[in-house]
Ligand binder design. Sequence first.
Ligand SMILES: Cc1cc2nc3c(=O)[nH]c(=O)nc-3n(C[C@H](O)[C@H](O)[C@H](O)COP(=O)(O)O)c2cc1C
Length: 189
Amino acid sequence: MIKDIIKKNRSCRRFKKGVKITKKTLTELVELARLSASAANLQPLKFLLSYSSGKNNKIFPHTKWAGYLRDWDGPAKSERPSAYILILGDTEITKSFGCDHGIAAQNILLGAVEKGLAGCILGALKRKELHDSLGISSRYEILIAVALGKRAEKSVIETVRNGNIEYWRDKKDVMHIPKRPLEELILDL
Ligand SMILES: Cc1cc2nc3c(=O)[nH]c(=O)nc-3n(C[C@H](O)[C@H](O)[C@H](O)COP(=O)(O)O)c2cc1C
């Protein structure tokens, strides 16, 4: 059921240690992005795969994690992602990437969940530093990253209370993700 996979696909920010994700697995996930919808069917996205500790270490310092967990500095060394897919926009195709990268990122994550993996979309990137660190040509705009690994944290969905949409972590290290109720979303205009 697609709903089960979507429910399971909670953003994961702490990953099991020593898990390798292969280039083949990442390529299969990019195939899901390749098949995704694209405005005017321009398909301007490119994908940079990182699955070695060397390359991962060039990416991690330029990411930001869980802004609402103010006293948490992001995953410790032993909890960091096994891999990343950086989604780039090819400016020789278009300068405007619309929401193509969001759709691509979500399909990548759903595919990852199906494979028993977990991940997190990372939009808060130090883009200039990341460009330099990976030596990415100025032709490509860094749009978003997807961090991937084996889940090492539990997340539960709950209903937004008193308008507070901030996710939080309890004493047992379980993440609580407030979602607005359906009746609040569907407008009766
Ligand atoms: C466009 C976008 C950018 C995001 N950027 C970050 C990020 O930079 N760092 C992070 O820890 N989470 C990031 N997230 C994850 C959100 O915080 C997360 O989706 C939200 O808290 C809801 O949790 P859920 O994904 O488990 O439903 C991003 C999500 C989206 C859709």
